[in-house]
Structure formats: structure tokens, C-alpha cells
Design a binder for this molecule. Structure first.
Ligand code: 9MR
Ligand code: 9MR
Length: 864
């Protein structure tokens, strides 16, 4: 067996180990003809932009720059016979004059290009042997080996040698790298919250554990509780807990039997960055607008997608697909791309928008929920400073798209919403939105999509009322029109087979969408007709039907209506409200029971690890969190925190599913822009992007190839091509953002931020320099107390019409005369006795006194 194979094969971040070390039969036929180029270039071929010649015994291609996709420049060989079920070993060495990623496919040589093997390997100027093992799924008389080297801006020389493809290889066995058997929440534990972990071991006797601080000093110790074989991992596990430890700090570890966990924190502000990061996902994935480097950084900036700039076709005049033509076009520019693909789907878009709206609405209804953290100036969106909470600005981007998908008045099916808008054919990865050349097309209206528009627009209407009454009225009109249209067309179901170029999102039961829409319309309008539709629904107050044990989702939306009914003041009688709330707590109790059944404490039944299982987990966590908001019962909070533990690394893969959070986190999610695994010049997903998660149904080729036989919670691979376990989507990041708000609002665990328990003791100096029409001001905050103030937030009101135009050393936002200043990255803490200074300039007319009253983190600061 070759050295490269024995050492394990690297496919991106994966390690494949051969099943056995038995050596393949001695005389293996190389299916590649002239793989050492001793006979010149025949029968190799290349695309015209990559002419080749044999140089020093190797085949070298001069690849032109300026192409877009990997397959825009190829060196290949055809005519390779493959047999279904047989395993093959592919080897080659490659060099490149500048670093590139070669995508190597063994595939059908004609459409539909059935791919038997696809790998992406980095190539540099040093020849490294590369080996891959794969199993053919079908017989091929003449398959093709294609080295795809396009997509680069600059010309490059790409050379190959020693190419071989031999049959009879041992099929690869994928062994996930699960690191330490001691599993914890790698982000950390809230100071006053529960603190639990697991230990994977064959042993059945209790074992001692120690908790050490960052300096390695033992802080606590105890013994594990053997928990038997855990069904979601099929591994024997122990649990341990150290909830009584409340000393805040970073770099804690737990050691058991000589094995040490990843480091984690204990503290009260573990999730404050996640709130904004999880919401940033939406701006990153906006369609129809340039993504501004000032807001996202250079590597994530990109031109506007689908705005009719070549080669895009534009979403501003989209017509119906040929299979179901229409005589109008829709201007459906804007909105969010759904996921790793560039489709825009109303069904999925509705729940995602609604969960952003609910994230905001919770700040109006739940005690201790922090509206400022979602407010104007708080998030990285271009609408900062427009007087509207930033989270509503983000939701509006999608609400406008959703309502734009309605069939115009006067047409048949007027008011119904088209189910989706996407490419005519699936595009390959990587591909930035503005580079998509596919025609865009509307797919037929559906009842489910229409009710998504009704529900989300109705909720949007009541939340925008305060900020933009005209817009609120427009939304409500769309919502009521949609609801009427759905009542008139109650069974227009999307076709489950309509999955070319975009996902199907088909749903054969829309009673839940009707319930959700009626609930939102009732809460917004107070109209009795909607209430009658709510209480008349077969779902009303049926806990299991409204809150399915496996979690609510885009296809099961009644819970969204029920959660709103339980939390938003809306004219239900006391008895009705009590019933709705007890339905919710009944569902929450069922989720808690699930949490209690497994060693990993996951709020998901073991048979529910489906496509997007992490969102199912998160939506169950939202049920628990809402029950906690309403009742204050700590057990519900603890259930939510248990779910967060699972997402952040306390799981059978010892992996945080959220990019940037935890020592070992997912980073190769399926996305056409964040495709670093395929193209080193592209970024990984930004922090705060949650992967779909384990999917026991193995619904993509990578999952099928690597994960067969996996235990449910281990059916996941951090590989960009595993879209059925590792995609990112708006409807998965929306619950993450909701939960990040909830968790951040918990502060130390009891619901109040530890830094804010005592109002800070402080002094503020304010000096200004004014002239006719302008001013500059210098502000300094001094901490005159004993505790650090972190993060700080200073607010005041101007006495006149001064307008701040720009600021330094702080992020300053102004709404009318009210001003809020917040730290920039490096000056978030004012140490005891220390101070922080910042300044700004602006325009004014006349001369008035400087502001004299300042409020810091809700407390009053002496002005001096
Ligand atoms: O990207 C995938 C493409 O190469 C395949 O041809 C197509 C059909 O199986 O599936 C694509 O994957 C989709 C992904 O890009 C977006 N999410 C859903 C995936 C398929 O359902
Ligand atoms: O999230 C969807 C999941 O529930 C379905 O099982 C799956 C297959 O139909 O499709 C998922 O949605 C994908 C959509 O069809 C296309 N964009 C990406 C979505 C997430 O993978």
C-alpha cells in the first residue's frame, strides 16, 4: 500500500482511513492511459484556455486567468471504464506556479455528469502525492477524469505527473475526529446556570473529575455518573456537573482519566457577540444590494446579486417558468438568498422573517429583554441611524420581497404568492450571486406561501406601526389580501417534484399555516373573524399538533401563531389566554422530558435527526425559552441552556455547529460564496452561522459515502458538499439569533446582566467647540466606582437641532435629539479609576448649552 494512502487521505478537513491494511492485488491495472506522460500528451485533452505540453516528463498546462468557475479550465482524460460497487484509488502529483485548488472529478462525460468522485486539494509549487479512494455507484463504459483548475483571476502553470486510477481499493472508512472524550459547552456556562458535561468511555464505573482554571489550579472535583450507552451516539457515556462553581473566568478545563476537555468560560456575557453575529447572517445574504466592506470587511464584501448586471439576469422582472406560464412579470428584487443556493423561497422566507420580528417583539413583551441590543445603530446594517430598530430594517428587506411575490391585482389568483423564485438549473460551487448566469423564474403560487406572506406581513404591520405607519398599512393590506386569497384557494400545494435549480419546499398540510396567519392577523387587527378562525382551527390548543415533539419548522408553523398568542397582548379573554399559555407549557414540559432522557441533554427526540436538525433543536429551545419568559420557572431556562450546550460542542462529535464559537467549530458549511474549502481565495462562513446539523437520512452524496451506519447525532460532516448536513439557511439562523438574544438577556443566568446589577458610578466631561454652523465635541467617561463598566453605553439628549455627522473612538447614533454612544472594538471596558474618551463633529445653528445630563448603562452620571 502506498505511503500516502497509509498515512490517511485528506479531503479538505476530513481524514479518510482505509478499512484494512490488506494490500491490493499485485498487478493492478492502471485505468489511466499514459499517466506518466512518457508517451507525450495523448490521450489527454484540455480546454482551449489551458494549452499543455510535456515539460521535464510532466504534463504542464498554461491556464489563462479571468475565469469564474472551477470547470472553466480543465485537463482531462475520457474513456475510463468503472464498475458499480467497486472501489477505486486515484493518485497523482500536481504543482502550480501559484497556489490553487484543483477540483478533481471522476464523472460521467456527458450531461447529467453523474459524479462518482469529487475532491478539492490545495496545490503549490511543491509536488505532493495526492490519493483518494472512492466507490463507483454506477457502471460507466467511458467515464471522465477532470482536473478542474479554472476560477482564478491570474494565469497559472499547472503540472501533473504519475496519474493512476486502479480498481480493487479498500473502500474508505470515515472516522470523524472527535478530539477529547471529555465534552463541554466550548463557549461556556452562565455564572448562575447549570454546568454539565459528558465523558465518553467504555468504563462503567464512576470516575473522578477535576475542574481546573486557566492556570491549571484545581477549582472543583467530583465523580462522574455512568449513564450507559447513549442512543444518539451509540457510545457509552458518563455525565458530570459542576453547577455550584460560580467563579467567572476563561480557560477552564475538565480532566477525567487523563483526558482534558476543550477550554471554556464561566461568565455572564458569553452570548453578547452571538446576538449580532447571528443577525449579521441576514445582511450577508441579502440579494439586490452591494454588501458593503465597511459593514462586513473586505473578504465578505461583494457586488449586488441579481440586479440585472451581466452575467446576472436580474430579479426585477421575473417571469413564470415555462411549465406554468403567466403573462406578467414581478419585480422581486431584494430579499435574502435562502441558503447555500441563490434561490428565494416564500415559504422559508416567511418563517425566517417572522422569527426576526419575534426576536424584536420579545423585547416589547418579555421582562428583561434588551431592545437596545437590536435597536437603531446596534447591528451592522446599512440602515443604521434611520430611527428604526436595526432588526426591523433587516426584516423589512425580506418583508418587501415576500409581498412582491404576490400575483398582481386583476390577474387570475391575484393576492396569492408565488411559492419561490430561483435559477432554472442548479449551479455549481463556488459561485458568487452576481456571477450567476442562470435564468431566474417564478414557480407557481401556493397556499402555503400565501399564508406565509399573510402571517409575516401581519406581524410586521403591528411592529412597524410605531415607526412608519404608512408602511405598516401597506403590509397589512398585503396580509389581508393574501389571507383572503388563501381562503379562496385553500389547497394549491407546491409540487414535491419541483426541485430543479431550487429546493421544492413542498408541504401537503396547510392547516398550520392557516392557524399561524389567522393568529397574527387577529393580534394585529383585533378583528373577530380572525379570532374565529383561530379558535375554530382543529389545531387550537392541541399541544402536540401545534408543537410537534421533533420541533416546529418551515413546514409546521402553527407554533409561530401560538407563541405570538401566548406572549403578545391581543384581546384574548383571560380564559382564552390561560388556555393558550397552558398549551405552551404543556409542550415545554414535553421538551423538558426529552432533555432529561439522554446524557447529552438534547431537546430533540432521537428519531428526529432530520435535514436541518439543529433548527429543530433550536425551535424546541424557543418553546422552552418562551415558557421561561412567561413563568419564570428555572427548569425551562435550564432546558434552553442544555440545548445551547449541545449546539456549542457538548455533543457526540465534540463540535460547535456555530462558526467562530467554541474551540472546535464547523467552518465548511455548504455555501456558494463562503466556499473556502473549494477556493482558498474565498472566505469561510463568518462567525455566527449555524450548520444544519446531523441528518440520519443521509441525503447527499458525501453523507452517503462517508456516514453510512452512523448513529443519529453523528450523521454530520463538516464538508462543503454535504448540503444535507452542513448547509446554512435563513430559517436556521433566525432561531439562532432569537436564542442568542434570549441567552444574552439572561446575563449571569438569572435574567439580569451582572455588570448592570448596580448602577455604575461615573463622571462625564463634555467639551465642545462651536462656530456658526458646526461643532466638535470631546467626551470622556470616568469610572469613579469599584467595578469595571463593560460594555458601556452613554446616552444624552441635545437641547437643539445639532446633528452629529461623524464620530471617533465610539459608535454614535442619533435619533431626533437623543444620542447613544457605544464602544468600538477596543474600548468596551472602563476600568475602576480609568476613563474612556471619544469625540464627534456635526452641524448646528445658533448657540445653546452643552448637554449636562448623561446616563450610563441606565444609571445617572455626574457631569463635570
Ligand atoms: O449544489 C447541489 C447541486 O450540485 C446538485 O446538482 C443539486 C441537486 O441534487 O443539489 C444541490 O444542492 C442543493 C444546494 O446547493 C442548496 N441546498 C439544497 C441542495 C439540494 O437539495
Ligand atoms: O430545509 C429543507 C429541508 O427541510 C428539506 O428536507 C430539504 C429537502 O427538500 O430541503 C431543505 O431546504 C433546502 C432548500 O430546498 C433549498 N435551499 C437550501 C435548503 C436547506 O438545505
Amino acid at each position: 500500500m502506498g505511503a500516502a494512502l497509509a498515512a490517511g487521505l485528506t479531503v479538505g478537513a476530513l481524514t479518510l482511513t482505509p478499512a484494512a491494511t490488506a494490500s491490493p492485488s499485485a498487478a493492478q491495472t492502471n485505468l489511466i492511459v499514459n499517466g506518466d506522460f512518457a508517451a507525450g500528451t495523448e490521450p489527454w485533452w484540455s480546454t482551449p484556455n489551458a494549452p499543455f505540453a510535456v515539460v521535464d516528463g510532466r504534463l504542464c498546462a498554461e491556464v489563462e486567468g479571468g475565469t469564474v468557475n472551477p470547470w472553466d479550465a480543465i485537463v482531462g482524460q475520457d474513456g475510463i471504464p468503472l464498475t458499480a460497487g467497486e472501489s477505486y484509488e486515484l493518485s497523482f502529483t500536481a504543482t502550480a506556479s501559484a497556489p490553487l485548488t484543483v477540483r478533481t472529478n471522476v464523472q460521467q462525460a456527458v450531461d447529467p455528469w453523474l459524479t462518482e468522485h469529487s475532491s478539492a486539494d490545495p496545490v503549490s509549487d511543491t509536488a505532493e502525492p495526492i490519493t483518494h479512494v472512492f466507490t463507483a455507484s454506477a457502471d460507466h463504459e467511458a467515464a471522465q477524469l477532470a482536473f478542474q483548475v479554472g476560477g482564478g483571476d491570474d494565469a497559472v502553470t499547472f503540472c501533473l505527473d504519475d496519474v493512476s486510477l486502479t480498481g480493487g481499493a479498500e473502500p474508505p472508512v470515515y472516522e470523524p475526529d472527535t478530539g477529547s472524550p471529555v465534552r463541554v459547552n466550548q463557549v461556556g456556562y452562565l455564572t448562575e446556570g447549570p454546568k454539565e458535561g459528558t465523558f465518553v468511555t467504555e468504563g462503567t464505573e464512576a470516575l473522578p473529575w477535576t475542574l481546573n482554571d486557566a492556570a491549571g489550579t484545581e477549582v472543583a472535583s467530583g465523580t462522574t455518573s455512568p449513564a450507559g450507552v447513549d442512543p444518539i451516539s451509540a457510545e457509552n457515556v458518563h455525565t458530570f456537573a459542576f453547577s455550584e462553581v460560580e467563579a467567572e473566568g476563561e480557560g477552564y478545563t475538565v480532566t477525567i482519566d487523563g483526558e482534558t476537555s476543550e477550554p471554556f468560560s464561566i461568565g455572564g456575557d458569553l452570548y453578547d457577540s452571538l446576538r449580532g453575529d447571528a443577525l449579521a447572517y441576514f445582511y450577508h445574504n441579502r440579494s439586490g444590494i452591494e454588501i458593503d466592506p465597511e459593514l462586513v470587511g473586505e473578504e465578505y464584501a461583494r457586488p449586488a446579486g441579481h440586479v440585472n448586471v451581466a452575467p446576472n439576469q436580474g430579479d426585477d422582472g421575473v417571469t413564470c417558468w415555462a411549465a406554468d406560464p403567466c403573462d406578467y412579470t414581478l419585480d422581486a428584487a431584494g430579499g435574502w438568498y435562502d441558503a447555500g443556493d441563490h434561490g428565494k423561497y416564500v415559504v422559508n422566507g416567511g418563517i425566517a422573517a417572522a422569527q426576526l420580528l419575534s426576536n424584536y417583539e420579545r423585547t416589547l413583551t418579555a421582562e428583561g429583554a434588551d431592545g437596545d441590543a437590536l435597536g437603531d445603530g446596534a447591528l451592522a446594517v446599512p440602515e443604521q441611524g434611520n430611527g428604526v430598530p436595526d432588526i426591523l430594517d433587516e426584516a423589512r428587506w425580506q418583508l418587501d420581497f415576500l409581498t412582491s411575490m404576490q400575483v398582481p391585482a386583476g390577474e387570475e389568483l391575484a393576492g396569492m404568492a408565488h411559492h419561490k423564485l430561483h435559477d432554472a438549473a442548479w449551479t455549481g460551487l463556488p459561485l458568487l450571486p452576481h456571477e450567476d448566469t442562470q435564468p431566474r423564474e417564478l414557480h407557481p403560487p401556493s397556499t402555503a406561501a400565501t399564508l406565509n406572506v399573510a402571517a409575516a406581513a401581519a406581524q410586521g404591520a403591528r411592529l412597524f406601526e410605531e415607526f412608519d405607519a404608512d408602511y405598516a398599512a401597506t403590509l397589512l393590506a398585503s396580509a389581508t389580501t393574501a389571507y383572503e386569497a388563501a381562503l379562496a384557494n385553500p389547497d394549491l400545494l407546491a409540487d414535491p417534484a419541483d426541485g430543479t435549480g431550487g429546493g421544492a419546499y413542498s408541504d401537503n398540510d396547510v392547516t398550520d399555516e392557516f392557524y399561524w396567519a389567522a393568529a397574527e392577523l387577529y393580534l394585529t387587527t383585533g378583528e373577530d373573524a380572525y379570532l374565529q378562525d383561530v379558535v375554530g382551527s382543529e389545531l387550537h390548543n392541541d399541544a402536540e399538533a401545534v408543537f410537534p415533539p421533533g420541533g416546529f419548522s418551515w413546514g409546521s408553523t402553527a407554533a409561530l401563531g401560538a407563541l405570538s398568542l401566548a406572549t403578545v397582548e391581543g384581546g384574548l379573554t383571560d380564559a382564552q389566554l390561560a388556555d393558550v399559555r397552558s398549551t405552551l407549557t404543556e409542550a415545554a414540559d414535553a421538551v423538558l422530558a426529552t432533555v432529561g432522557t439522554g446524557a447529552y441533554g438534547v431537546p430533540l427526540p432521537e428519531d428526529a435527526y432530520v435535514w436541518g436538525s439543529n433548527s429543530q433543536v433550536m425551535n424546541n429551545m424557543i418553546v422552552l425559552a418562551t415558557a421561561h419568559d412567561l413563568t419564570g420557572e428555572a427548569a425551562y431556562r435550564d432546558g434552553v441552556l442544555s440545548g445551547l450546550n449541545y449546539l456549542m460542542g457538548l455533543n457526540p462529535l465534540n463540535l460547535s455547529y456555530v462558526t467562530g464559537y467554541g474551540e472546535r467549530h464547523a467552518q465548511n458549511q455548504h455555501h456558494r460564496h463562503w466556499a473556502n474549502q473549494l477556493d482558498a481565495t474565498l472566505p469561510n462562513p463568518p462567525a455566527g452561522s449555524v450548520a444544519g446539523g446531523p441528518n440520519a437520512n443521509l441525503e447527499d452524496p458525501i453523507a452517503e459515502e462517508l456516514l453510512t451506519g452512523c448513529a443519529p447525532a453523528m450523521c454530520y460532516v463538516d464538508h462543503i458538499e454535504s448540503y444535507a448536513t452542513n448547509e446554512v439557511t435563513i430559517n436556521w439562523n433566525a432561531p439562532l439569533a432569537w436564542l442568542a438574544s434570549y441567552a444574552d438577556d439572561l446575563g449571569a443566568g438569572s435574567g439580569s446582566d451582572p455588570g448592570n446589577e448596580e448602577p455604575p458610578v461615573c463622571a462625564v466631561s463634555y467639551d465642545s467647540n462651536r462656530w456658526g454652523s458646526g461643532f466638535t465635541s470631546a467626551v470622556s467617561i470616568t469610572n469613579t466606582g469599584e467595578a469595571p463598566i463593560s460594555p458601556w453605553e452613554l446616552t444624552w439628549s441635545f437641547g437643539d437641532n445639532q446633528r452629529i455627522t461623524n464620530a471617533w473612538n465610539a459608535t454614535v447614533t442619533q435619533s431626533g435629539r437623543d444620542v447613544t454612544a457605544r464602544p468600538v472594538n477596543w474600548n468596551g471596558t472602563v476600568a475602576p479609576g480609568g476613563s474612556v474618551s471619544f469625540g464627534f463633529q456635526g452641524t448646528s445653528s445658533g448657540t445653546v448649552a452643552d448637554p449636562a445630563a448623561f446616563s450610563l448603562n441606565g444609571g445617572t452620571c455626574a457631569a463635570g
